[in-house]
Design a protein around this ligand. Structure first.
Ligand SMILES: Cn1cc(C(=O)NCCCNC(=O)c2ccc(F)cc2)ccc1=O
Length: 118
């Protein structure tokens, strides 16, 4: 994804931008299925089907622990957010409440990421 993001003039702000972007995802009205890890005991089949679970609270922890100087944090952030939405598409029907929430959130993220980071 590094090659995708245009060579960023000032990547010092990228960590702050990721935090802003994550806050916008967490406060989005359709964020509720993605705020916490899916409960593997409560959701039958999830553990078997989804090899790499991811959610917004886990992304926030990773971001809080990431060093500014480790320039991989931006790519890791983008990959993790997309993993949330890819998992959602894999496990949920498009025509379901959670499936639709995932599509809405991905559209929102793609727009905001492009505005803020490219
Ligand atoms: C992404 N994904 C999520 C679920 C799932 O069941 N997730 C928990 C929903 C229950 N959580 C809430 O209802 C809630 C959470 C926070 C909040 F502020 C208000 C309500 C199942 C399959 C799947 O693919």
């Amino acid at each position: 994804c590094a090659k995708k993001a245009k060579p960023h003039k000032d990547d010092k702000k990228d960590l702050a931008t990721c935090r802003v972007l994550l806050a916008e995802l967490e406060t989005h009205q359709d964020a509720w299925p993605f705020l916490k890890p899916v409960d593997l005991k409560a959701v039958p089949g999830y553990r078997k089907v989804i090899k790499k679970p991811m959610d917004f609270s886990t992304i926030r922890e990773k971001l809080n622990n990431s060093q500014q100087n480790n320039e991989l944090f931006l790519c890791t952030f983008i990959i993790d957010v997309n993993l949330v939405f890819d998992n959602c598409e894999r496990f949920n029907e498009d025509d379901s409440e959670i499936g639709r929430a995932g599509h809405n959130m991905r559209r929102f993220f793609d727009k905001r990421w492009t505005e803020l980071l490219q």
